[in-house]
Design a protein around this ligand. Structure first.
Ligand code: GDP
Ligand code: ZN
Length: 349
């Protein structure tokens, strides 16, 4: 199976993602539940492995500590994922052999999801409460694909998550032409070479945020995570999926605390997410992410697709009249490319 075929579940853990029903009403489903547990403490879910959650109890408090937790019976049908803030009861000391119990999930600020594929409505929750996404692509080996990056961007914008892009392996190829694709986006772009990783700049962008790292395997994502968070010890190198992958090092979604000269943040590494199916995406959310164009689009005819063949599209008219300048024209191009990716989503690329 080609990596461009979209998500491939074969090498993924069966239980770190949960199948949930799409919520027709809201993009960010409310999952807050508060059973009567007055003694509950707030914890952050750092990782999930076979029904066990690694939690950080009392995050940011001086006495914070890690522990293991299971979830209460009443939550067994609820997805609890990396990044969730949960309420835990029982033995929350984190002492060897102790297990606390998750009894509730705090309201999420964002939810990164993906459909199993574009036409499949069953979706999976990947990460909760991330506010940034760092898309990792290589300048070469593997060859970068703008369409794949577009899919990541769409998933981020739909979830209200700010996307950023890092192009690795610029020692192997010049990424300039590839980067031209993203001219019209408000995208912070980093370039990284083997002996010249922009750790300070990326680190600066991580401070105060929860940033989910995504990218196809082989692009250098683990190398980057390890450089930013030396204690992460992500397995690097092209390892045979069947024989070589360390279960705990590289096969599940895990949060790491980034601590740099400018402050701290969270790095959430997501192996196995090759691409995002776009089945659940609402195109209105993509337009909404282009705030400047969204304002102009208020004058569009009802149901306007804003695509090149749309009659009387206010954005296109404004661009043609030169009202939005060259920048606006580039933004429109980018918006249309993303909308088109969405329109043709069931045509595998
Ligand atoms: P991941 O699968 O995305 O986590 O990728 P890895 O971090 O395991 O890297 C895959 C391969 O690319 C490894 O052999 C790395 O040493 C190599 N690699 C990572 N970053 C760079 C880079 O900037 N330049 C070059 N030439 N190779 C790199
Ligand atoms: Zn329009």
């Amino acid at each position: 199976m080609s990596w461009l075929d979209g998500p491939d579940d074969d090498d993924e853990e069966p239980d770190y993602e949960f199948r949930v029903r799409p919520n027709p009403k809201a993009n960010r489903p409310r999952t807050k539940r508060r059973p009567a547990h007055d003694d509950a403490r707030i914890a952050r879910v750092l990782g999930v492995d076979r029904g066990r959650y690694t939690v950080l109890v009392a995050e940011d408090a001086p006495e914070e500590h890690r522990g293991l937790a299971t979830r209460a019976r009443e939550l067994r049908k609820t997805a609890i994922v990396t990044g969730d803030r949960v309420r835990v009861v029982g033995d929350t000391t984190g002492d060897e052999g102790t297990l606390s119990r998750i009894v509730g999930i705090e309201e999420r600020t964002s939810l990164l999801r993906r459909s199993a594929d574009d036409t499949d409505n069953v979706e999976r929750v990947i990460v909760a409460n991330a506010d940034q996404m760092l898309v990792v692509v290589a300048a070469a080996d593997p060859e970068p694909r703008a369409r794949l990056v577009d899919r990541y961007l769409i998933a981020a914008l739909d979830a209200g998550i700010r996307p950023m892009l890092v192009v690795t392996k610029t020692d192997l190829a010049d990424p300039t032409e590839f980067l031209d694709h993203f001219e019209g986006l408000d995208l912070e772009v980093f370039t990284s070479a083997r002996l010249e990783m922009p750790l300070e700049r990326i680190g600066f962008a991580l401070v105060g945020h929860s940033t989910v790292f995504v990218g196809h395997s082989g692009v250098g994502k683990s190398t980057l995570v390890n450089a930013l968070v030396p204690s992460a010890l992500r397995a690097t190198g092209h390892v045979n999926v069947v024989t070589g992958r360390g279960r705990h090092t590289s096969s599940s979604t895990v949060s790491y605390r980034y601590e740099g000269p400018a402050g701290a943040g969270w790095v959430i590494d997501t192996p196995g997410v090759r691409s995002f199916g776009l089945g659940h995406i609402n195109p209105d959310n993509i337009l909404a992410a282009f705030t400047d164009l969204a304002t102009v689009a208020e004058k569009c005819p009802r149901g306007c697709t804003h695509l090149p063949d749309a009659p009387d599209c206010a954005i296109m008219e404004a661009v043609e009249a030169g009202e939005l300048g060259e920048r606006g024209a580039a933004r429109l191009d980018s918006l249309q490319r993303l909308l088109l990716t969405f329109e043709t989503r069931d045509t595998r690329t």
